[in-house]
Design a protein around this ligand. Structure first.
Ligand SMILES: [Zn+2]
Ligand SMILES: [Zn+2]
Length: 876
């Protein structure tokens, strides 16, 4: 058993993933009689590249699935990708543009073929990247939202909902992206506050002189006005209700109507009504039977309904309309006006509210059940405050617009009879009209919203609508791990569809993780230039260090502040594990054979470390049960570094070096057991280094991937000995502190006096050798009646006092002079900082981060000053 001189992550990482995959260790068998534990991956877009969000999301899932695999569950982590309708279509359209072509040049079939080609050759790069990250996905089950099986599931759901009246076609105002030429759902529209204008326009009365004034942010839409509205309770305008005004530029009479919806405080209290271009006006139009005049085409260019403005795009039309109104003396004024404007979430073009025929899901009946299962606690959000946000959205949910005017996606399975107009929605493509037998049929041109297929992901991937064994074994899944940004897009819809089609929730727990931000707490973005690339980090520091860093900062409800320095820091932890293991193996020697621990032969520190390890097992497991990834990682880090390496390994050295003693043999067995069991606890966080070491220290135990998860062992519960050992550590700490504060040269051995009761004294006597080694002592004196000298440094513990006479240890006068000089130097620096912080001009003008820096400096200097002063006082 021997490890190479240093750990090379590249070697371990390139070796182990392929072996795990070859040995099918990630495969979840549906016939496995053990309890199931399953997760479905949030399917990354086929266009995706691994970014920090993916890295965090998948590291956490992998920790859970690896832990449960070792915990004896039949585990399955379902991999796959999303066809990502708009995103993918945009990528291929951009490529075509480079060839000087548009999708129309190719035609629908050819274009879709191009997208599949692109998918085969350039898509799905993220798959290899997930493997780099060590994700133990069940690759033989991999799915794609547009594959045959999933397409069949989509069609089955569509047909079922249509037949139940839960999918319908409607002529509605929807959010339209004129660039992508498609409808978007409400949540695909991102609102940004923009500096806009409010235009006040005169509409002359049809009869007699005079006019009214209406205010609008989008004057070009007046071309489609079919009324002006006032609030019925607005006494200023009561006399006008029922009269007509002339719509300027278009010169047609339109009525003044009364509607409760109008806000009397907005503008003049009189609003233009454009049913075809505003969702509220559309509703108003329905209430008052107004005509819907659509003035824009699908690229937001004015059509024939816009009279002389035909052919202008919406912004040109706005300018021309204003110009003409001004010329006609009908533009009263223009005011600055900030308002929220919707943008396409894919291409950031300003959304146009657009009247068109679309397909909708009637959402309320589905939402009802989805609310109930969360209310009843069948699904649990972690952290729990996300449930509130879920409920708020679900209570106010609107029908879901699911048709998209794209070519890449699941084509809507509705067929129109061109002779009698009948619509057929069936599982199989119809060959003739079921009403008039005409063969003149045409399929709906639209495709479904990408999120329609991902809503079915937890059951479609396991074979639904077939009643498969996999579905029976792994549905409902155990947990969903995702970011908060897709709770509405995805989580809510999976719950609705799962309840509807499986009669059961899709998952029991929903763990919502936070964002990864840069070291200054800023969101990472390309434009800020602060993006940390996970692939580069894995290259530089190794995957294990990178994963461990993400985990140790993944506290619930708190964003992760990530910097390269932190990752570098945890790569030092990898090295620490490697080097300490190497040391252990060298000392175990070649003829070492692991044996069961004989509790009766254990010494104090054996019992202490076994007890501490027992606690580590308990704490790590409990933290994972409660999704406290950070606590689990921190526990593992502290145990190895600060208990095992700092203390136990040090204390085991003299025992082992003493030769063939029983004590040395026991120490070796304990070192081995702790190493062996600890690697298993660490494995879900650091899969590669643990497997690499495991393969060096075990024979016939198989891979660590499937090794049994360590359990709390009652035999190693040594509370009493643990407390004594902690007291010993405390004494060593105190003496080390004194040495440090008093500047005792490292090679100078001290003399200490222990003033304690019989019991403690007896204990310290037993550990005297260890104490001498760890605290660098030449002699320990026990004196319950000791009278401290003026030049003694001292420390007090609950049942024990420690004195270190300094006069033989350091040159007192020299040390006094050194401390005086140091205190004076710190005082000068402190004065400088205080002067700044008391300067009102500096405080008013300096940026917040500079002020914080000065404040931190002050705190640090004060602390050093206090410590030096205490040391100085001890010397008299
Ligand atoms: Zn767009
Ligand atoms: Zn027909």
């Amino acid at each position: 058993m021997e490890l190479s001189a240093s750990y090379d992550p590249k070697i371990a990482e390139s070796k182990w993933y392929a072996i795990w995959e070859k040995e099918k260790l990630f495969h979840g068998d549906e016939n496995d009689p053990r309890d199931a534990y399953s997760i479905v991956i949030p399917p990354p877009n086929v266009t995706g590249n691994l970014h920090m969000g993916h890295a965090l999301n998948n590291t956490l899932q992998d920790i859970l699935i690896r832990w449960q695999r070792m915990n004896g569950k039949a585990t399955c982590w379902m991999p796959g990708m999303d066809h990502a309708g708009i995103a993918t279509q945009n990528v291929v359209e951009r490529l075509l543009l480079k060839e000087g072509k548009t999708k129309y040049d190719l035609g629908r079939d050819e274009f879709v073929k191009r997208v599949w080609d692109w998918k085969e050759h350039s898509g799905g790069q993220i798959k290899e990247q997930l493997k780099r990250l060590g994700c133990s996905l069940d690759w033989v089950r991999e799915r794609f939202t547009l594959d045959e099986g999933l397409s069949h599931a989509v069609r089955t759901v569509f047909v079922t909902l249509y037949k139940e009246g839960l999918i319908y076609q409607g002529y509605r105002i929807i959010n339209w992206c004129p660039r992508c030429e498609t409808a978007l759902s409400d949540i695909e529209t991102e609102y940004k506050d923009l500096a806009g204008k409010l235009y006040y326009i005169h509409y002359p009365y049809e009869e007699g002189d005079g006019h009214i004034t209406v205010a609008t942010t989008r004057p070009e839409t007046m071309l489609g006005d079919t009324a002006v509205a006032v609030n019925p309770n607005d006494s200023r305008y009561a006399h006008l209700i029922g009269k007509n005004v002339i719509l300027p530029l278009m010169n047609r009479p339109i009525p003044i109507i009364a509607d409760e919806f109008v806000d009397p405080a907005f503008g003049t209290g009189l609003v233009k009504v454009t049913p075809a271009h505003d969702p509220n006006d559309f509703e108003m139009g329905k209430r008052h039977n107004l005509e819907e005049v659509n003035i824009l085409d699908k690229n937001a260019i004015v059509n024939e309904n816009g009279g002389v403005y035909k052919g202008l795009d919406r912004y040109q039309a706005r300018e021309k309309v204003c110009e003409d109104l001004k010329t006609a003396g009908l533009l009263e004024k223009i005011e600055d006006h900030n308002h929220a404007v919707g943008h396409c979430y894919r291409c950031h073009t300003v959304i146009e509210p657009y009247l068109s025929k679309q397909w909708f899901v009637k959402i309320e009946p589905l939402a009802k059940e989805a609310i109930k299962v969360v209310e009843e606690g069948k699904i649990r959000f972690i952290p729990s405050n996300w449930a509130k946000i879920y409920f708020e959205w679900m209570y106010n949910i609107k029908d879901w617009c699911i048709s998209r005017q794209l070519w890449w996606g699941h084509r809507i399975p509705a067929f129109y009879c061109k002779d009698c107009g009948y619509i057929m929605v069936e599982l199989e493509d119809p060959t003739k009209c079921s009403v008039c037998n005409s063969k003149n049929l045409e399929q709906d041109a639209d495709v479904l919203d990408t999120w329609f297929s991902s809503a079915l992901w937890p059951f479609s991937t396991f074979g639904w609508p077939q009643k498969t064994k996999s579905l029976e074994k792994f549905y409902p899944t155990s947990v969903l791990v995702t970011g908060f940004d897709i709770i509405f897009f995805w989580v809510a819809r999976m719950i609705m569809m799962g309840c509807k089609f499986m009669n059961d929730v899709p998952f029991y727990d929903v763990y919502i993780h936070a964002l990864v931000r840069d070291e200054h707490g800023q969101k990472m973005s390309k434009s800020r230039g602060n993006v940390i690339d996970p692939l580069i980090m894995m290259d530089k520091y190794g995957t294990d260090a990178f994963r461990f860093t993400l985990a140790i900062f993944a506290a619930q409800g708190r964003d992760i502040i990530l910097s390269e320095k932190r990752i570098e820091g945890y790569s030092a932890f990898c090295n620490k594990i490697w080097n300490s293991t190497r040391f252990i193996l060298m000392n175990l020697g070649n003829d070492f054979k692991p044996e069961a621990i004989d509790v009766n032969s254990l010494e104090l520190f054996d019992k202490w470390i076994l007890h501490a390890f027992n606690q580590t097992v308990k704490k790590t497991t409990q933290a994972l049960v409660e999704y406290r990834f950070n606590d689990a990682a921190q526990t593992l880090y502290d145990f190895w570094w600060h208990e095992f390496c700092d203390w136990y390994i040090e204390l085991s050295k003299p025992r082992i070096y003493a030769g063939d003693s029983l004590s040395g043999t026991i120490a070796k067995q304990v070192l081995y057991v702790v190493l062996h069991e600890y690697l298993k606890l660490l494995h879900p966080f650091m899969p590669f280094i643990t497997e690499e070491i495991w393969s060096n220290i075990t024979t016939n135990e198989g891979r660590i991937v499937v090794a049994p998860w360590p359990q709390y062992d009652e035999r190693f519960n040594f509370e009493n000995e643990f407390n004594y050992a902690e007291l010993f550590k405390e004494i060593v700490y105190k003496i080390r502190n004194i040495r440090g504060e008093m500047n005792v040269p490292p090679d100078k051995k001290a003399h200490v006096v222990i003033k304690a009761g019989k019991k403690i004294e007896q204990f310290v006597r037993q550990q005297e050798n260890n104490l001498k080694i760890l605290a660098k002592l030449e002699a320990v004196e026990y004196n319950a009646a000791y009278t401290p000298q003026k030049t003694d440094a001292s420390a007090v513990l609950p049942e024990c006092e420690i004195y270190v006479p300094l006069k033989d240890l350091i040159d007192l006068e020299k040390e006094k002079a050194r401390l005086d000089k140091e205190i004076a130097r710190i005082q000068v620096e402190l004065d400088k900082v205080l002067k700044k912080l008391n300067d009102s001009t500096f405080m008013a003008k300096a940026p917040q981060n500079i002020i914080e820096k000065e404040q931190n400096k002050k705190a640090e200097l004060e602390e050093v000053h206090a410590k030096l002063t205490t040391s100085r006082e001890k010397l008299g």
